[in-house]
Design a protein around this ligand. Structure first.
Ligand code: PEP
Length: 250
């Protein structure tokens, strides 16, 4: 069965209330009803209530940029999966490299966040990827193995039927330096192959997105690779026209 492409905008800590609303309205106005790709947006948490209202009854999926590893309680600064569920969030990014590297989130914490998303019917977008130094030391596959294994240990391979993986080489994020189509395909095929060893059917159905300086002019080539099922888009997702071009390339 063919995998449906998915394109998700990660707005990070950007936008004002007004500009987030404008961006969303422009995406909704410009997205054709028969777009082949599924499309999602992940605004900052504070914009989620308004985005939730704007997206009611629309095909664009609402996502969060992270999700708590607990359901409720004394966890200052965290937002839980039940809270996101209440606002109709269907997606939650977990393990973004900015969370792992800037805020020190371990693969075990990322796995606990992933588990909570799954438990509450939210699709986690599990980000994996190596730094430039790790790539140069030929550790790319080992890094990805470790990041995947934490999730497999906690939730099992069956959980991947309800998840999405995003391969995001850290050296390509926000740098303007995109992985070549061959580099992306190589790692995507590796990830799918690792999962296939455990469950071939889940591996075949798994959407694996590429992230890292995806732009309107490189999206088609990247999404044309056999194991690249769409993209997680940062900078280019902040401009409705470039985001829409990327969505239409999928
Ligand atoms: C990201 O942060 O997930 C990302 C892919 O960013 P950018 O597209 O800006 O490289």
């Amino acid at each position: 069965m063919a995998r449906r492409p998915l394109v998700v905008g990660n707005w990070k800590m950007n936008c004002t209330r007004a500009s987030a609303r404008r961006l969303l309205d422009d995406i909704l106005a410009g997205l054709p009803a028969d777009a082949k790709a599924e499309v999602g947006v992940c605004p900052a948490f504070v914009f989620i209530p308004e985005a939730s209202a704007a997206l009611a009854g629309k095909s664009v999926l609402l996502g969060a940029q992270n999700v708590g590893d607990q359901d409720q309680g004394a966890f200052t600064g965290e937002i839980s999966a039940p809270m996101l569920d209440e606002f109709g969030c269907k997606l939650a990014i977990v393990g973004h490299s900015e969370r792992r590297l800037v805020y020190g989130e371990s693969s075990q914490l990322v796995a606990a966040r992933y588990a909570k998303a799954i438990a509450h019917g939210i699709t986690p977008i599990l980000c994996v990827g190596e730094t430039l130094e790790e790539r140069e030391q030929e550790k790319t596959f080992a890094v990805i193995d470790e990041q995947l294994q934490a999730v497999l240990d906690l939730c099992g391979v069956a959980s991947l039927a309800k998840a999405v993986i995003a391969y995001e080489p850290v050296w390509a994020i926000g740098s303007g330096r995109t992985a070549t189509t061959e580099q992306a395909q190589e790692v995507h095929a590796y990830i799918r192959g690792q999962i296939a060893k455990l469950d071939p059917e889940i591996a075949t159905g798994l959407q694996i997105l590429y992230g890292g300086s995806v732009k309107a002019d490189n999206a088609r080539a990247l999404f044309g690779m056999p194991d690249v099922d769409g993209g997680l888009v940062g900078g280019a997702a902040l401009d409705a026209q470039s985001f829409l071009s990327i969505c239409l390339a999928a």
